[in-house]
Design a protein around this ligand. Structure first.
Ligand code: DC
Length: 221
């Protein structure tokens, strides 16, 4: 990996997607939201009438993933998030999606990727790593404000339950669990506005970039 790669990991609705896409725009780097890959796999299994908890079905869907599906508006929904978390626990699914993510990270000019295992597994040598988090209640409130626009009956309690269940599954699974890389910088957005979170992220990345530019072999150490 020789370009400047920014790895942004963290739990659901922590603000990592907002921070990562803004960093990509500011530094002029291509951006991949890797959660969309797992969401597309989970949704493909559901649409075929299957259970995303079935390793064989989920792995087959990951191998056949149609990248056109990444634009589907349905991917942002609750069902897709839950199906993604179930499908993502299977090692075969993660293996099938790994090469695509690593190729994206290896672009000569660099890239920004957000997910759960970018700094630990997909791009462990990334020169800039952030672990973005926030309290479960604040994350649930943020997600609820988006989702209630589609479903007025949805309660904050339901969304908080979703978040807790996904956190639990994503961080306890054996294969590439959600965890902070040792060299990632923690950014807690619980009490931050979007603007303040993005500014804090930019300061972290500026420091990492200066270090990377000064190193004798950029991106190698
Ligand atoms: O970031 P998101 O909420 O769109 O992710 C949906 C699910 O996909 C998440 O609960 C766990 C899984 N996921 C993963 O295991 N690894 C990634 N790099 C990205 C997402």
């Amino acid at each position: 990996m020789s370009g400047f790669v920014i790895a942004v990991d963290g739990p659901a609705a922590s603000g990592k997607g907002t921070v990562a896409s803004k960093l990509a725009a500011d530094y002029g780097l291509p951006f991949l939201d890797t959660g969309l890959l797992y969401r597309a796999v989970g949704l493909a299994v559901l649409e075929s009438g299957g259970d995303p908890g079935d390793p064989g079905l989920a792995e087959a869907a990951a191998r056949d993933l149609d990248l056109e599906r990444l634009h589907s508006p349905q991917l942002g929904g609750r069902q897709a998030g839950e199906a993604a978390s179930q499908a993502a626990a299977h090692p075969g699914v993660r293996a099938a999606l790994m090469q695509l993510q690593q190729a994206f990270a290896a672009q000569p000019g660099g890239a920004v990727l957000d997910g759960r295992d970018i700094g630990t597994v997909i791009a462990p040598d990334a020169p800039a790593k952030l672990y973005v988090t926030a309290s479960p209640l604040v994350r649930a409130e943020r997600r609820w404000r988006q989702l209630v626009l589609q479903d007025a009956r949805l309660s904050l309690h339901d969304v908080l339950e979703d978040i807790r269940r996904r956190d639990d599954r994503d961080s306890r699974r054996q294969s590439a669990p959600l965890q902070k890389a040792d060299d990632a910088v923690l950014l807690d957005t619980t009490d931050l506005s979007i603007r303040a979170a993005v500014e804090a992220a930019r300061r972290i990345v500026d420091t990492a970039r200066a270090r990377w530019l000064e190193s004798p072999a950029p991106g190698q150490g």
